[in-house]
Design a binder for this molecule. Structure first.
Ligand SMILES: Cc1cc2nc3c(=O)[nH]c(=O)nc-3n(C[C@H](O)[C@H](O)[C@H](O)COP(=O)(O)OP(=O)(O)OC[C@H]3O[C@@H](n4cnc5c(N)ncnc54)[C@H](O)[C@@H]3O)c2cc1C
Length: 539
């Protein structure tokens, strides 16, 4: 590998930050094209993000009588479904790109290259399922653990690839840029700012390292964990958005956070497993803390009202009653729950609940971030040398709301596109010169050796999560957002000060990223007075 390494400093051709579906796909595309890749993540294995938790599936194409036409017809219908779900706030270019190249990426990267065994029918054809908002059955799945099946196959290919170096338990702290970090003043006067890699915390040594890269790809996933209730993996604190914001990279659509109405509530954990909406479809009913049904008070369709209306009604019930959660009664469902809903059954069983008779404690939860780092159809951002792919990016595909099962496909399509774009450029762009690389200093410890205080960190997280949930959550108003803005602004200042004078740690890095991503989401929600899709204003 073309890695020049001395002490905690190295220079690589391509640095990919994040190893979910988007990061792994970009890495494999680049490595297969002959490039050396450094892939890093915060977990102790490759998989610790949202990708392996995906249950439903990934969009493919609808099966039709005439396979020669199915791709064309379904690309058109799929585009329509994505636009309707996104309230026509989408980028048409991104929608076209996904609909046209999606099936090919699934065939070539997932089926042929990674060897994912999607469920098939007796005749060998793919078993395609349908989800809410889709006009045809076009979702590929592996039972209800599609994300895990995809990531297991993909990471097996990554592990055996000689061109991919992996660094686990490494958390990116900040992007390196020519304007902000180069110690020679000539770089500050160049019109274009360039990304030169990142400062990264090696969790094992506790030391920050300097990773210089000709090309840097952000694939850090979502931001759900800045909200009190979230289905997201614990590391989803918006690291990419926060680093891009500090580096002056363009962000977009940050107010559009999609909430899922039913996630399992367990006061001991901060991640909330999904409770599928199909349970309500089969007759399960939402109950308030007194065991009474309430949905008919909010909508004449009752428990079968659309996802956003149910989430909003639940939020209002909880705010008015002060109850920490509501309940889903599945005892009337006319199926064997152990075989029809095995994942939900097992999740609840682990906490001592038998969903055949016990009501399931549920809350709505932050689920998917439609906004992020503005990226074009190749994943290029507004900063030279920087790409963003997957949930941390905003390609405009989802517009104001996401169509079910479109995010895995987006991570795949843009992972491939970004890998191909860098592979093309690397032959014509020499990358960082030695002079520029040597102008970048290593991380400076400004503070003393004071350690972070876990009580302060926990309290700051509690403030962020409660503020975001109550004021920037499912329903937003001017008064709530103003209050959130001042609270978050003060907290960010305070944390920044704390961060500067305390020895860096993983807890601090996450807190810093989380507070900044929460702050920029709050500002975006304040700036947009119009309710649309998953940004709901009560005023
Ligand atoms: C419960 C659940 C179910 C879902 N079901 C579906 C579904 O059925 N279909 C669908 O299309 N979508 C689904 N989604 C959404 C989908 O899973 C995600 O949008 C997608 O997997 C995001 O992939 P990603 O590669 O962008 O990020 P992730 O898979 O989240 O990976 C993020 C990576 O970034 C790394 N990282 C984060 N911060 C740092 C840092 N500071 N430094 C270094 N590394 C960092 C993490 O370690 C991780 O490797 C679901 C999401 C959830 C939460």
């Amino acid at each position: 590998m073309m890695t020049t390494k001395h002490s905690s400093r190295r220079h690589v051709p391509v640095l990919i930050i994040g190893s979910g579906l988007a990061g792994c796909t970009a890495a494999l595309t680049l490595a297969d094209a002959g490039l050396e890749v450094l892939l890093l993540n915060t977990g102790d294995t490759l998989t610790n993000g949202n990708s392996e938790m995906a249950q439903g599936g990934i969009i493919y194409r609808a099966a039709q009588q005439d396979p020669a036409n199915s791709a064309v017809d379904d690309a058109y219908n799929l585009a329509k479904d994505i636009l309707v779900a996104g309230h026509y706030y989408n980028s048409r270019k991104a929608v076209r790109c996904l609909c046209r190249s999606g099936p090919k990426c699934v065939d070539e990267m997932l089926v042929k290259r990674a060897g994912v065994k999607f469920d098939r029918n007796a005749d060998g054809s793919f078993n395609l399922t349908r989800e809410g908002g889709h006009s045809a059955p076009r979702i590929l799945h592996c039972a209800d653990f599609t994300g895990r099946a995809i990531m297991d196959s993909l990471t097996a290919r990554i592990l055996e690839h000689p061109k991919i170096t992996r660094l686990h338990k490494h958390a990116a702290i900040d992007l390196l840029t020519s304007h902000h970090h180069a110690k020679k003043s000539q770089y500050r006067y160049e019109v274009t700012n360039r990304c030169l890699g990142a400062y990264v915390l090696n969790e094992e040594s506790g030391e920050p390292e300097t990773i210089l890269a000709n090309w840097t790809v952000l694939a850090t996933g979502g931001v759900g964990q800045v909200f009190l209730h979230s289905t997201n993996a614990l590391g989803c604190v918006g690291a990419g958005v926060s680093m891009a914001y500090r580096a002056g990279v363009s962000l977009a659509n940050l107010e559009f956070m999609q909430f899922h109405p039913t996630a399992f509530y367990d006061e001991r954990g901060s991640r909330r497993p999904l409770i599928t909406e199909a349970l309500r479809g089969e007759g399960a009913r939402l109950l308030d803390a007194n065991g009474m049904p309430f949905m008919l008070r909010h909508d004449k369709r009752g428990d079968l009202a659309p996802r956003d209306i149910v989430a909003l009604a639940m939020m209002e019930e909880m705010l008015h009653s002060g109850a920490p959660c509501l309940f889903l009664d599945a005892s009337q469902v006319n199926h064997d729950l152990t075989t029809r809903f095995p994942t939900v059954f097992e999740t609840c069983k682990k906490t001592g609940l038998d969903i055949r008779k016990d009501p399931i404690p549920v809350v709505p939860a932050a689920h998917y971030f439609c906004g992020g780092i503005l990226a074009d159809i190749h994943g290029r951002t507004s900063m030279r040398g920087l790409y963003a792919v997957g949930e941390c990016a905003c390609t405009g595909l989802h517009g104001a709301n996401r169509l079910a099962s479109s995010s895995l496909l987006e991570a795949l399509v843009w992972g491939v596109a970004c890998g191909q774009d860098i592979a093309r450029k690397i032959n014509t762009d020499a990358g960082l010169s030695k002079t520029l690389a040597s102008a970048i200093p290593d991380w400076q410890h400004e503070g003393d050796d004071r350690r972070d205080d876990p009580a302060l960190v926990a309290q700051d997280w509690a403030s962020i999560r409660h503020t975001m949930w109550n004021y920037v959550g499912i329903s937003r108003s001017k008064a709530r957002l103003n209050r959130a803005f001042t609270d978050m602004r003060d907290l960010v200042r305070h944390i920044h000060d704390f961060y500067k004078h305390t020895r860096i740690s993983r807890q601090l890095v996450d807190l810093f990223h989380g507070s900044q991503s929460a702050y920029v989401i709050t500002q975006a929600a304040m700036r947009n007075p119009v309710s649309l899709g998953c940004h709901y204003r009560t005023d």
